[in-house]
Design a protein around this ligand. Sequence first.
Ligand SMILES: Nc1nc2c(ncn2[C@@H]2O[C@H](COP(=O)(O)OP(=O)(O)OP(=O)(O)O)[C@@H](O)[C@H]2O)c(=O)[nH]1
Ligand SMILES: [Mg+2]
Length: 275
Amino acid sequence: MSLQWYPGHMTKGRRELTALMPSQDVVIEVLDARLPAASSNPLIAEIRRDKPCIKVLTKSDLADPEVTRAWIEYFQAGNVKAIASTTARPADTRKRVMQLCAGMALHRGVDKKVRALIAGCPNVGKSTLINTLVGRNVAKTGDKPAVTKDQQLLTLPNGMSLVDTPGLMWPKIEDEQGAFRLAFAGSIPSTAIDYLQIGMFGANYLLHRYPELVLTRFKFAQLPRDAETLLFEIGKRRGGLRAGGTVDLHKAAEHLVNDFRSGIIGAISLEAPPR
Ligand SMILES: Nc1nc2c(ncn2[C@@H]2O[C@H](COP(=O)(O)OP(=O)(O)OP(=O)(O)O)[C@@H](O)[C@H]2O)c(=O)[nH]1
Ligand SMILES: [Mg+2]
């Protein structure tokens, strides 16, 4: 699967990010804690170069805590710091990001106001993080990709400036596994990729990596033998049985994708750091 989804505003977003970068002290790169590698946009690394960076692994409430810890450790290096965040603990996130920002912009002098920009791929939680840092809802958020279409500059009470930026996708996604992870988590819209394909990917992954969560969530006596059987069984349980005993697998896939995204199946990570 080679995927092409590159809305017009992303070309503008990329240009604006490049123009903004030189004036900034810190880049807050937002990654989805469930897929920190697949949601790392190489374009952002390219534009950032060696500017100090805080990698914020958002939605950590939805990710496998042990795997998230491994990612945090994996990312720490020189002028790159990594932390996990969740909307369940906003005060914690605010405090840690502020402390790191202050520490990383020290070269400009203690009395200088820190300038930070927030970047990342679509739907990872950039605007939500802005709202957490500002302490009220100043940026529009939504549970689908490409909600933010323009840069938004905000000033915090302490004088620090923060820029929210539109999610940036790659012009062409070549890595099939990465594309499936992004789609399963909701960073690629369901209009750009087939739901059934995403559902099959998810079903396969969950069966292999989190079988016990699958058993519990869908109350199976035994584990379905493959991805298609899992979708079939989900379809049956959710009233997707059609006349003649066939199941609408598309509907079943949609159920599985939505269950995963909402966290109802459990705390699940889609990838672990290389060892
Ligand atoms: N469970 C959970 N959901 C979160 C968290 N942070 C953000 N979200 C949800 O993720 C979705 C996307 O959040 P946004 O802040 O709009 O994402 P964005 O990166 O600004 O997206 P674009 O502007 O489209 O690029 C929203 O439905 C948020 O409520 C979190 O820590 N936990
Ligand atoms: Mg946004």
